[in-house]
Design a protein around this ligand. Structure first.
Ligand code: GDP
Ligand code: IMO
Ligand code: MG
Length: 453
């Protein structure tokens, strides 16, 4: 298998940056295919911490090509800042190692404004808790067919026509929200200015991927956010505005659906969420506090504290099935080291009835009560372990139970933020892509009673 797609299975921050960085050693190209600078991916390599937002996590390794695919929304000003910030840490970023898809849509300052205005004007219950980076409004303009694309930066007439059209829409919205109208010429001038810094990277990215395929090069697709933030499959409307599912790797980069390779799903050994929305296994108590402190659960981008709770195997099982996940990377197991007991959610109760899936209705999503299974903790250090056999027995039992409940193998275990503190049970690049499909179909036939045995 020459390609691997890494996706988050929860509400983001599962450790995608660390795992993509680890796997990128084996890849030639790393591709981001959705989201924007709402992502915050942390890599720790030899005591240097890299916090990436839009740049693919392969950028820190020499000799790799990084691609920002067409499915991503790009804030050019923020990207230029990030290139400079990461450059200061000794990473050279040039058009030789970074490509921006020419058909990717841009985030403009007016999108950031609108994102913030909407959040500020929403009541506490309606507030999504976005990062106010303009992600939602930029995707709205993309679907509304009025977005400015990266390639437009090189065509003054196109840019002028598109900005005029865009401002008819945005200025009427701004008027309604009491914000100052945008001047066409001012916006155009700022776009002309940033264009010279962005255009050297802007290329038909799909062609590079196609050529790479022909040369049997290995591609690593890096997801942002997580499955439960997916615009369709997540906890709508408390979601982000893109498809975070692995299938988007094909559409969001311009490669055939057969080429996204092995789908590696990431989950923490517990659950976190930033921003509003339902979270059935949330622990607003001493357990939640311990997870937050030990796990250093503060947003990479916003610094907001992340809500914490137990692992939700029922929700994960549903995602594994729907998304076609073939193997699991289990991260942050070390955060559970001091716990006497660990709970896993194996199903829910809704209006007194047991159900074995997470419903779509907003009311039901907020109302379900988790059914827990309790396991013994290991109360010894797993932090920094690099060998499966060194894991305490109780930790192995926990991992095996997760495999049973999800119906797919745990192939990677992460035991600290450091790149090398990782146990690779099965290398995703050395896996036959047809594996686990039978596991999926077996899983579909399982009932809650089977799962909670
Ligand atoms: P991403 O958005 O999925 O890339 O994840 P983030 O980088 O936002 O959040 C994950 C955080 O956990 C980062 O601070 C990582 O350095 C850290 N991390 C990743 N894996 C592990 C692990 O196995 N153990 C611990 N303790 N921290 C980890
Ligand atoms: P990574 O890639 C965690 C959340 C926000 C908010 C919702 C919508 O680091 O895992 P948006 O700004 O996207 O319109 O906000 O989605 N969110 C994330 N939460 N990790 C992320 O990315 C996130 N990106 C967006 O907190 O609830
Ligand atoms: Mg993150």
């Amino acid at each position: 298998m020459s390609n691997v797609t890494v996706v988050g299975l929860q509400w983001g921050d599962e450790g995608k940056g660390k795992i993509v960085d680890l796997l990128s050693e084996q890849a030639d190209i790393v591709v981001r295919f959705q989201g924007g600078n709402n992502a915050g991916h942390t890599l720790v390599v030899n005591d240097i911490t890299y916090k990436l937002s839009l740049l693919p996590s392969g950028i820190v390794r020499k000799g790799k090509l990084s691609v920002i695919g067409n499915g991503v929304v790009i804030d050019p000003w923020s990207l230029v800042d990030e290139i400079e910030r990461i450059g200061k840490l000794g990473v050279s970023i040039t058009p030789q190692n970074l490509i921006i898809a020419d058909n990717a849509c841009l985030i403009l300052p007016l999108h950031r404004d609108l994102d913030a205005l909407r959040e500020e004007n929403a009541g506490p219950k309606a507030r999504i808790g976005t990062l106010k980076r303009g992600i939602g409004p930029a995707y709205e303009d993309k679907v509304g067919r009025r977005a400015i694309r990266a390639c437009d930066l090189g065509e003054k007439t196109t840019l002028q026509n598109k900005v005029e059209r865009l401002l008819i829409h945005h200025n009427s919205l701004r008027k309604g929200l009491g914000a100052k109208e945008i001047d066409t010429q001012e916006l155009l001038e700022s776009l002309y200015k940033i264009a010279s810094k962005i255009l050297p990277y802007v290329k038909p990215a799909w062609k590079y991927l196609y050529n790479a395929k022909g040369q049997n090069k290995k591609i690593l697709f890096e997801g942002a956010q997580g499955a439960m933030l997916d615009i369709e499959h997540g906890t709508y409307p408390y979601v982000t505005s893109s498809n975070t599912y692995a299938g988007q790797a094909a559409v969001g980069s311009g490669i055939g659906v057969g080429s996204i390779g092995y789908i590696l799903g990431l989950t923490k050994a517990y659950t976190t969420r930033v921003g509003g929305g339902p979270f059935p296994t949330e622990q607003s108590n001493s357990v939640g506090k311990l997870l937050q402190e030990k796990g250093n659960e503060f947003g990479t981008v916003s610094g907001r504290s992340r809500r914490c709770g137990w692992l939700d195997a029922c929700m994960l099982r549903q995602t594994v099935i729907k998304e076609g996940v073939q193997g699991i990377a289990l991260t942050k197991i070390d955060v559970l080291d001091s716990l006497k007991e660990i709970k896993i959610c194996v199903g829910y109760k809704l209006d007194g009835k047991k159900i074995d899936y997470y419903p779509s209705s907003q009311i039901a999503q907020a109302k379900v009560e988790p059914i827990y299974e309790t396991m013994a903790g290991w109360q010894t250090k797993t932090q920094g372990l690099r060998d499966f056999d060194a894991l305490p027995k109780a930790a192995i039992r926990y991992i095996k139970r997760i495999e049973e409940l999800l119906g797919v193998p745990v192939v990677i275990i992460s035991t600290s933020p450091e790149r090398e503190d990782t146990i690779v049970i099965k290398n995703p690049y050395a896996t036959d892509n047809t594996e686990n499909l039978s596991a999926h179909s077996a899983l579909l036939g399982r009932t809650l009673a089977d799962a909670s045995r």
